[in-house]
Structures are given as C-alpha cells and as structure tokens.
Design a protein around this ligand. Structure first.
Ligand code: BGP
Length: 459
C-alpha cells in the first residue's frame, strides 16, 4: 500500500453536543445560547432550523454507536453539553444527563471506540450568558466547577479530555464579527472573552492534573497564512493576520505566553484587556498532553487596498485584506477554498514551532449542499468526499514520514448534523440524515473510510 498509517492511529469522526444530540421532552436540559438565538434570531439561521431539530444522538446513541462500529471507528469525539448537565450552569446536576452521558460512554467503550470528550463547543448556558458569559471573570470559576463535575462523573469512562473546541470562535464570532450570539462588535470585549477562555482552559487542566491520570488537551486551528506575494507589504499583512488570529491564542496555549508584539499594538489602540500577572503565571505553567487541530481552509492575505478609518471600530482587518487567489479551488457550497497541502504545512508548523507535540487532526471535512442530487440506488455517491479525504491524508502522510507526531485523523462528521448558522444546508457526514424521516444511511465515503481503517491506509 502506498499510504500506510501506524497501527494505533486514531480513526473516527467528531461532532458536538448542540449539533447532534437534539432535545427530548422531559430531558431537563437547560437553555444555551444556541437554543435561545436560533429561536429569537431565527432569520439568521438557514431555513430557520433551530436546535430543536438537530440530529437524534440523545435518543439514538446506541444505534449511532453501532453505526460507528460498522465503519470500524476506533475513536469518536463529542462534547458534553454544559447546559444539559447543569441546566443553569452552576447549580444542580441533571441526573437524566448523567444517565445519558454514562450510557453513551459505556456503549462506546464496549464497542472498542475510544471516547474523546470535549467540555465546551461554543455552547454557553443561557443563564451564564445573561451574566456576561466569558466576558465575566466569574464564569471562569463556573467553568472550572463544571469541568471538575465532568471529571468526577465520567473520568472512569474517558481517557482523552479536551477543554475547548476552537476557543477563538466564541470570541471572534460572538464579539467581533457578528456571527454568533451575543452578536457584539467590539474588539476589546472579544479580546477579554478570549483571555478568559484561555484562563478557563488553564484552570480545567490544573484541576484535571491534580486528580486524574488520563490525557488532557485542547482543540484549535492552526490556520496557515499565505501572503499574496513576497512583497514586504504582503508579508507584513500575513504577519499581522497570523499574529492576531493564530499566534495570539496558540502561543498562549502551546508556548505559555502571548506573543510579545501583541501588547504594544493593543495598547496603542486602547484595546488591551485586563491581564494580571497571576493570569500570565497560570498561562505559563499550563501545558497540554494532546493537541487537536481542526482544518478546513487556508488563510490568504494581501496588503490593504485602502486606508482604514482609524476612528472606526478597531479590528485586526485594519492590517490586512483577505486575498482571493485567482484559480483557487473552491468548495462552492461552503464558499471556502480547498487546499490539502496545508495539512503538511500545519504538521511542519507544529514540528518546528510547537515542539513537535503529540497532535491529531480533530476535524477535517467537506460540506456539500443538495447532496440528495448524488443519491443513486439509495446511497449518496460522494466520490468528491473520498477524493477530499485522500488528498488531505496524503499530505499528512508525507509530514508523518518526516517525523511529525500526528496520532490520528477525525472527520467532521459522523452523521450529517446541524451547523452554526448554516443549519442543515451543507452536509458533512459519513451517514446521510433524512430530515423528513430521521433515517440515517451510509454514504459511499463511509464505506471507503472503513476500508482505510481496516487496511491502515490506502493506495
Ligand atoms: C468547525 C466547528 C464545527 C463544525 C465545522 C463545520 O469550525 O468546530 O462545529 O460546525 O466547523 O463548519 P460549518 O458548520 O460552519 O459549515
């Protein structure tokens, strides 16, 4: 075989609680920002589909775990819903939720599928959002207690824990770019949210290390930034995009300190959040065991075309423009570029800049609109998805041959699920979900992925 992968490579898929569980009458789940905003701001969601109609993992976890086993997965990531487990975020634990999560985790373990459990996937309990969410320092303490509750209740069934999925997103999408609730547009508030999320991550890792022996990490993206040209102005633009959107978070988590260049810029524009010396000490002492990397698209940038209005709202986009590269290969459903080579660049970056830490691809995938058009004889013939995964794995394989410590590959996602904003517009799953009947049917890519797992590679 041309592309072989190690014997213990993690093969599987990822999802998140809010996107896949669905809600049942009497499940006693509390409301989170998605339950709230998908109703209150329904027009912001594709075809107005709310979290009421997400996939049915809560009800059908047994059948779903069997579906994973049918594809020979050896691992699977989902998240615990904070507002399901602790409906108001800080008080009583919902025993229905404890039963569900324990049963689901037992089912995975029995089927030989290693659960990777994430604590926070964009889903702040509404009661805590009303107090300011992660903008409020008190919520760090609430998150720490929630994390400790999860460890106590489920650690006997979980060997791999993750604190956050893409921690930059709640800050960037919720407080700067108007995509996620609370739809604030204010850089300093976004920076405060991100700083507090980093501290919440550190606190959870600290609590875990004090009492448990498994692995704990975080899931982020390490989006490579590609400048339009080698012109110094384009290079500077790329440097700034990288500083704000990658290094700011990644160096805090992986190197124990924010990049030194950040503070003078934030101070110059009066955008520096409150950061204490105790905060910096905590960040410095926190390390992780395993890094998950989500990769969908590269970031291409160029120098600014026009001068910015420095009296307007501060933004990292003051320093660069996105670059639409002529001839780029597009996933037109999602409106994003497909660039598999970045898998290699990401791996190299981890190897060279972040100490070659143990890591895995925790999400990669392709969301396609109107996938029913590809159904033949009852099965989605998604050869495009097979090609997509193959190409990404080939670049990953090359980096691994050159010494990258990549331990696995998880696809986004297992069964078509609800997406933030796009709801069910773009389908990502190895299984198709029929929204009318709830029926789940394997796609061609799912069967192909099974052969890759069983053969530990492909030609
Ligand atoms: C990632 C998120 C996932 C998932 C995925 C697909 O960034 O971690 O939760 O949604 O993106 O993207 P989208 O849903 O925007 O199409």
């Amino acid at each position: 075989m041309k592309y072989t992968f190690p014997k213990n490579f993690f093969w599987g898929a990822a999802t998140s609680a809010t996107q896949s569980e669905g809600r049942e009458a009497n499940d006693q789940k509390g409301e989170n920002i998605w339950d709230y905003s998908s109703v209150k701001y329904n027009y912001r969601f594709y075809q107005g589909v709310t979290t009421e109609q997400t996939s049915t993992f809560y009800k059908e976890y047994k059948e779903d775990v069997q579906r994973m086993a049918d594809l020979s997965f050896n691992s699977f990531r989902t998240s615990i819903s904070w507002s399901r487990l602790i409906p108001d975020g800080v008080g009583e634990v919902n025993q229905e939720a404890v039963r569900f999560y324990r049963n689901m985790l037992e089912e995975l373990n029995q089927k030989g599928i290693q659960p990777f459990i994430n604590l926070y996937h964009f889903d702040m309990p509404m009661k805590l959002q009303e107090k300011g969410g992660f903008e409020n320092r008190e919520v760090i303490e609430a998150f720490k207690k929630y994390a400790e509750t999860c460890f106590e209740l489920f650690d006997d069934l979980v060997a791999y824990w993750f604190t956050f999925n893409e921690p930059m997103i709640p800050a960037e999408a919720g407080y700067l770019h108007d995509r996620h609730y609370p739809y604030v547009v204010d850089f300093k508030r976004a920076a405060t949210v991100m700083h507090h999320i980093i501290l919440a991550h550190c606190e959870a890792v600290k609590s875990y290390r004090a009492a448990y022996q498994g692995k704990i990490g975080i899931i982020m993206d390490i989006i490579p930034v590609y400048p339009r040209s080698q012109n110094p102005a384009d290079l500077k633009a790329a440097e700034m995009a990288d500083l704000f959107y990658t290094r700011s978070l990644n160096e805090a988590i992986l190197k124990g300190a924010y990049p030194a260049e950040l503070r003078p810029i934030l101070e110059q524009y009066d955008q520096m959040p409150e950061v204490t010396s105790e905060d910096l000490a905590l960040i410095k002492e926190t390390t992780i065991d395993l890094l998950g990397v989500n990769y969908y698209k590269p970031r291409r940038v160029k120098a600014k075309e026009y001068l910015v209005d420095v009296n307007g709202i501060f933004s990292p986009e003051w320093f660069f423009d996105d670059y639409i590269m002529p001839g780029r290969r597009m996933n037109t459903s999602r409106g994003i570029e497909i660039y598999p080579e970045a898998m290699y660049d990401i791996a190299k970056k981890i190897q060279n800049d972040y100490g070659n830490i143990d890591w895995f691809i925790s999400e990669n995938g392709i969301g396609i609109q109107n996938e029913e058009a590809f159904i033949e004889e009852g099965m989605v013939q998604d050869d495009y998805r097979i090609d997509f995964v193959k190409e990404h794995l080939q670049w990953l394989h090359k980096a691994m041959a050159e010494g990258s410590n990549c331990l696995g590959y998880h696809m986004w996602t297992f069964v078509d699920c609800w997406s933030w904003i796009n709801a069910y517009k773009n389908r990502y799953g190895f299984y198709r979900m029929d929204l009318e009947t709830g029926e789940k049917t394997v796609k061609k890519s799912g069967l192909w992925f099974k052969t890759v797992i069983e053969n530990k590679g492909f030609d």
